[in-house]
Structure formats: C-alpha cells, structure tokens
Design a protein around this ligand. Structure first.
Ligand code: ADQ
Length: 476
C-alpha cells in the first residue's frame, strides 16, 4: 500500500497531549487506516535544529526544530501576522514584512529537503494549511513528480481581499503546483476560482493547467467533520464522571457554553457583549443562568493575542461586576484547556452552545456540541453565519456575530425554546453531522487526489460566472 505523507506545521505525536487540536481530530481516521508518515515542526526552537523520527504502530512521525529566526519570520511572522489575519478577512490586523516572507519560503524549502530524504516514488503527499502553500513547488523543484494534495483548514477570502496582500502574486499561484486543492466550503472554493480567473485569466472550470508540465490542478470542497457516534457515546459517559457532575451541580439553572481558542477570529469579546445585553434586557434570568466560556491561551507571543487576553478577561470582569450577586456569578471564564472527555461532558450538560466566530474555516466545537446532545432533551446551537459549519447547519439559530443585539435575541429565543422545536432542530443537525462524518473525509480527499483515470466521485465544482480576463497587474 502506498504511504501517505501528511505534512503540517505541527505534528501530534500519540500520547504527547490530552487535548488534541483541530488537525489531530480530523486526521485520526486516516492515521488509523493507512500507513502514514506525518512530518512537521517539533515545536522546539534551537540554534542547532535536529530532525528526529518516532514510530507508533504502522505510522512514523518526523519532527524538525526551527532556528530562532525561522520561528520569528515563518511562524510568528508571515503565517500568523499575515496569512492568518488576511485569510480571516482581517486586513486591518496584517503586518507584512519582506523578511518574514523570505523566512516563510525558507522553512518550506527546509521541509522539502527533509521530505526528499524519505519520500519514495509511489508515496502520496497531503499538505495541510496555510503555513505550507509553497511546499509543492519546492518538491517539484527537487524532481518529485508524485501526487500532491493541499487542504486549507481556514477560509479563503475573495480576491478583493486576497489581492491586498503584498506579494500575493508570488504566493497564491504556487497552489497550481498541487494536483488537488481542497477547501472547507463551496464559498472558499469559489473565492479561489475567482482569484485564478481575475488574476491569472484561468478558465472557469474544474481542471486548471497552472503548474509545471501537463499536470492539471483540481479544486474540491471537503467539509471537515467529527467522529459523530463515538463522540456521542463519549458525551453520554462523560456527563456522569465525578468532575462533570461537580461542575454541573455548581452551576445553578440554565447553562450556556462557549469553547474557543483565544483568537480574534473567534469573536469572544463580541459574544460576551451579546450576553451582557441579554442580561440587561432580561432581568428575569438573573440568578438562573450561567455562561461558561472555556478559552485556552494561544500564540501569546503575538501582541494582538496578549491584548485580547486582557480584553476578554476585562469584559468577563465587567459583566460579573455589573450583574453578580453573592449567590450568583453570571460568567465563568476559564483560561485553560480541558480533556476531550471533560469537554464532551460539559457540552452535554449545556442548554445552549454559543459558537459565534467572526470568520472560521469550519468550527468543530459547533459539531461536537451537537453530537453531545441528548436527542430526547437537546440543547440549542447558536451559530455564526460566518463559520464554515453554517453551510451544513441550516437548523442552528444562525446569527450575525457583529450584531450583539441579534445574538442577545438568539440567546433569549434559545433559552425559551420549546422541547418539540429543540428536538426537530437537533434531528436535522444530527443528520447533517452524519453526512460529513470525519471517518470518510480523508478517504474522499485521497480518492480525489488519485490520477484522473482512476477518479470517481469528485463532485465537479462549478464556480459562479466570472470574468476570465487577467488583471493588468498579472501581466507585468
Ligand atoms: P481551530 O481554529 O483550532 O481549527 P476548531 O475547529 O474549533 O478550531 O477546533 C478546535 C478543536 O480544539 C476542537 O476539537 C475542540 O474541542 C478543541 N478545543 C477547543 N478548546 C479547547 C479546550 N479548552 N480544551 C480542549 N480542547 C479544546 C482549524 C480551523 C477551523 C477548522 C479546524 C479543522 O480554524 O475552522 O474547523 O481547523 O479543519
């Protein structure tokens, strides 16, 4: 069987952490059913970088250190200060520097050097996320002709935003070196197709000849999901554990839960503001409702993130200062990660899941919340229309996260929703969850990555009507 090489910024070595990130969750089934080699950054920074391999069952994990300047320019710099904000539609937060771009390119070259030491001719390479856009180009330059796919976990903005990124014309067309480029939603795929048409004059159909030689790149939509039934079973067990029982008994009345990494894309301060407006407008709920916000820190070295830590905790403090009683705290703000089991139990106990990112590739918390509900007495999901999950979850209470009054009204509706409506909505949401179950996701992508003569199944992506004249800047 051909090996699958998974390449991503960070590698989740089994047993190293009890709180997996989004990527480990979505790759679990692929790692279980194929011999895989997973390569990426070790998380360590060193003047003398080392590369080492760990083997676990039929999989190997290759991790490589970064030099201090690579960490600054590639990770803290170009990936997190340019690509992350711009791909989340936040041009105002992007800080571009040419030095960071060259550090980003350099780390991609380093990953390619490490890869060619171990790649064999029939291996399949599957590259994940915005840190590694140039990797296929670096591998092709080293003579690697095999199938290489790319999946973007975060949104891709429309060309009107993407083209404001300095040097976009050096970077985005490099995606043409992949055989398959996958997105979370049709909207992201359409944005990419529009970029190709406007900037490169690419024709508006699926197979595009952009890379070197006669390879054609395909575009597809592969929404990520979760392992639905196992998560549902986990939640059933978890809600009965002593820790979950203790938390639940300490929270009187109705429980609203929010679980987000501390990131500006997740809209946490706006969400707190919406809850504050709900409390101000509905005094009958005082003393009878708690909002539990679980938010582990991330990327604290970056200024915007440390500022956000302060903003979120001061918003929580402001609400508690204004509304608390000796016997009631309206917001519990917890700044640490929890195990999957604990999270599953807390989701199951919560009457409302409040998931209101300002922009999100998919958002697995929304899916986990739905999976954890008891179908006989389910809670209500309030979901931002700007999360990728909103495409599938039409039966959530969809909200505009920029409008705290609308979110406050959705909270009021959710906490008063009759059982029959909660059950009907949950039934539809659960059916949607099963349609995008993660157990088939990796195989769907890998099938679509096979050469065209062995294809079946990849749904043709028809982009909306678009201009096929290249932008004048592209011809310079
Ligand atoms: P993330 O931005 O990390 O992922 P998300 O999809 O919400 O966001 O996944 C987070 C995962 O981490 C979930 O499985 C969640 O349970 C877990 N998690 C969150 N808070 C936690 C806590 N306090 N303790 C323990 N675990 C916690 C990126 C994109 C998303 C996309 C995923 C997968 O930004 O849009 O859905 O990749 O493609």
């Amino acid at each position: 069987m051909a090996r699958i090489f998974i390449i991503s910024n960070r590698v989740a070595i089994p047993g190293a952490s009890d709180h997996p990130g989004g990527l480990e969750v979505v790759l679990k089934a692929t790692l279980r059913t194929h011999p895989c080699v997973w390569l990426g950054w070790s998380g360590e920074v060193s003047e003398k970088p080392r590369t080492r391999t760990v083997t676990n069952r039929s999989n190997s994990y290759i991790v490589t250190d970064l030099k201090p300047e690579d960490f600054d320019e590639y990770y803290n710099g170009f990936a997190n200060r340019v690509l992350w904000p711009i791909f989340h539609y936040r041009l105002d937060l992007a800080e571009f520097s040419r030095r960071d771009l060259s550090g980003y390119m350099r780390v991609n070259e380093h990953f390619a050097d490490e890869l060619v030491k171990v790649l064999e001719p029939d291996d399949i390479v599957w590259v994940h996320d915005y840190h590694l856009i140039p990797l296929a180009k670096a591998l092709r330059a080293r003579g690697f002709g095999n199938r290489i796919g790319f999946f973007l976990h975060i949104p891709l903005p429309p060309p009107e935003i993407l083209t404001a990124m300095p040097n976009h014309e050096r970077l985005i067309p490099l995606l043409g070196e992949y055989d398959l480029v996958g997105f979370q939603t049709d909207g992201d795929a359409a944005n990419f197709a529009r970029y190709l048409a406007k900037e490169l004059g690419a024709p508006s159909h699926m197979s595009l000849r952009l890379g070197s030689g006669d390879r054609a790149m395909r575009i597809g939509t592969f929404p990520v999901g979760i392992e639905t039934h196992p998560f549902t079973r986990l939640a059933r067990r978890a809600v009965k554990t002593p820790f979950a029982r203790q938390v639940i008994e300490s929270l009187p009345g109705t429980l609203i839960i929010g679980v987000d990494r501390l990131d500006y894309s997740k809209g946490i301060t706006l969400k707190l503001e919406a809850y504050e407006r709900f409390l101000a407008a509905h005094p009958q709920w005082h003393g009878r409702i708690t909002y539990l916000q679980i938010t582990p820190k991330s990327r604290s070295q970056i200024k915007e993130y440390s500022e956000m830590e302060t903003a979120v905790s001061s918003a929580a403090g402001r609400i508690n200062g204004a509304f608390s009683e000796a016997s009631w705290t309206p917001v519990r703000y917890v700044n640490r990660p929890y195990s999957r089991t604990t999270l599953a139990g807390l989701y199951a106990a919560a009457d409302v899941g409040l998931v209101t990112p300002m922009r999100d590739g998919m958002n697995l918390v929304a899916k986990e919340y739905v999976a954890a509900q008891d179908p006989e007495n389910p809670g209500v999901l309030i979901l931002s229309r700007f999360a990728g999950a909103a495409d599938e979850f039409r039966d959530a209470l969809l909200v505009n996260p920029y409008d705290p009054d609308a979110v406050a009204a959705a909270i009021a509706r959710a906490v008063a929703m009759p059982l029959s409506e909660r059950k009907a909505r949950h039934g539809e949401l659960y059916a949607a969850l099963l349609r995008s179950d993660i157990s088939h996701w990796g195989d769907k992508f890998l099938k679509a990555l096979e050469p065209p003569d062995r294809q079946g199944g990849l749904r043709d992506f028809i982009p909306p009507a678009m201009e096929s004249k290249p932008h004048p800047a592209a011809r310079q």
